[in-house]
Design a protein around this ligand. Structure first.
Ligand SMILES: NC(=O)c1ccc[n+]([C@@H]2O[C@H](COP(=O)([O-])OP(=O)(O)OC[C@H]3O[C@@H](n4cnc5c(N)ncnc54)[C@H](O)[C@@H]3O)[C@@H](O)[C@H]2O)c1
Ligand SMILES: O=C(O)C[C@H](O)C(=O)O
Length: 347
């Protein structure tokens, strides 16, 4: 069981050949030392994500930080028989220690949605949390890759960028909004509808991470299914855009996606680790600083390398339906980005 989770973590869009490469070059004995921190580690996402990162043989030190309950989570996870040393840190005065020497910082800290809310309704609380955590990152591990999970991602990523700019540490190659859950959902929904095994499916998802800003590119899905109508594609697009709300409604006041998010976050962090370690051709979708549209941040396929973002890949050929979706999402995404920027520049 443990081995099969580990081997699925080793798999990425690069597929079986990278699994083979990793086995050859990055067994836990020869993998470089990598410290990964999870901020918000005692939360609904934080706990299963910490567990999955503990199972990742590319991690040598796992640092679990939260404002409450981390000693218990860390003690529990530390008994698992894998490579990494686990340490728990609780409260602001331990944040520096949690971050020192980090290669990757994953941030799922902040409040989740309740039914009837949209992601932007979380801005007032989460913007401040993200700002203070990023201020500490700039001070204690300015060279770390940052994987931002806290919502609204369309605004929290620009907030992080502005905090780092103010501190003089901003490197656009190292800041990632985690949109992997949209890809995970698009793959599942597409595989179900096209009746193909999900393991072999890939679907790029571009734009942002809220409602219509989430734009799955089913015209580029692999394998291409001939059995899907225009209406099927419309329905799949809508379901992917509303995937978060589907979970919020089903949880009925008990929060939003945690388990699937932990899975998605672990896959994305694993891809970042592989990139840092020099594994070639690691490509995943992420919300990053971008020139591929007129918007300063945009989610698209990104090639990961030793310094973080190696290349932001362009959108490729879009169907007319996707072209329309792209134009429709721009005003909302632009305003969420500007809201994040202003939160820091005007404070
Ligand atoms: N990017 C995505 O695809 C995606 C998916 C799901 C959820 N989310 C977002 O992730 C965030 C967390 O969701 P959750 O379900 O884990 O929430 P949760 O309430 O279960 O956990 C959040 C954790 O953050 C901690 N926290 C609060 N302030 C903190 C601070 N200053 N420093 C460190 N930790 C702090 C809390 O103590 C708590 O343990 C939410 O904003 C949610 O909307 C994003
Ligand atoms: O929907 C949410 O509020 C959480 C997250 O962004 C998701 O997509 O599941």
């Amino acid at each position: 069981m443990l081995r099969s989770i580990q081997s699925s973590l080793r798999r990425s869009t690069t597929g079986a050949s990278s699994t083979h490469l990793l086995r050859r070059f990055y067994s836990s004995d020869s993998a470089p030392e990598r410290k990964v921190a999870v901020l918000g580690a005692a939360g609904g996402i934080g706990q299963p994500l910490a567990l999955l990162m503990k199972l990742n043989p590319l991690v040598s030190k796992l640092s679990l930080y939260d404002i409450a309950a981390t000693p218990g989570v860390a003690a529990d996870i530390s008994h698992i028989n894998t490579r990494s040393e686990v340490n728990g840190y609780m409260g602001e005065d331990q944040l520096g220690k949690a971050l020192e020497g980090c290669d990757i910082v994953i941030i799922p800290a902040g409040v989740p949605r309740k039914p009837g809310m949209n992601r932007d309704d979380l801005f007032n609380i989460n913007a401040g949390i993200v700002k203070s955590l990023c201020t500490a990152i700039a001070k204690y591990c300015p060279h770390a890759l940052v994987n931002m999970i806290s919502n609204p991602v369309n605004s929290t990523v620009p907030i992080a960028a502005e905090v780092f700019k103010k501190a003089g540490t901003y490197d656009e190659k190292k800041l990632f909004g985690v949109t992997m859950l949209d890809v995970v959902r698009a793959k599942t929904f597409y595989a179900e509808k096209a009746k193909v095994p999900v393991e072999g499916v890939n679907v790029p998802v571009v734009g942002g991470h809220a409602g219509i800003t989430i734009l799955p590119l089913f015209s580029q899905a692999t394998p291409q299914a001939n059995n899907l109508s225009y209406e099927d594609i419309e329905a799949l697009t809508k379901r992917t855009q509303d995937g978060g709300t589907e979970v919020v409604v089903a949880k009925a006041g008990m929060g939003s996606a945690t388990l699937s998010m932990a899975y998605a976050g672990a896959i994305f962090a694993d891809a970042c680790l592989k990139g840092l370690n020099g594994v070639p051709d690691v490509v995943e979708c992420s919300f990053v600083q971008s020139c591929i549209t007129e918007l300063p941040f945009f989610a698209s396929k990104v090639r990961l390398g030793k310094n973080g973002v190696e290349e932001v890949l362009d959108l490729g050929p879009l169907s007319d339906y996707e072209k329309q979706g792209l134009e429709s999402l721009k005003p909302e995404l632009k305003s969420s980005i500007e809201k994040g920027i202003k939160f820091v520049t005007e404070s």
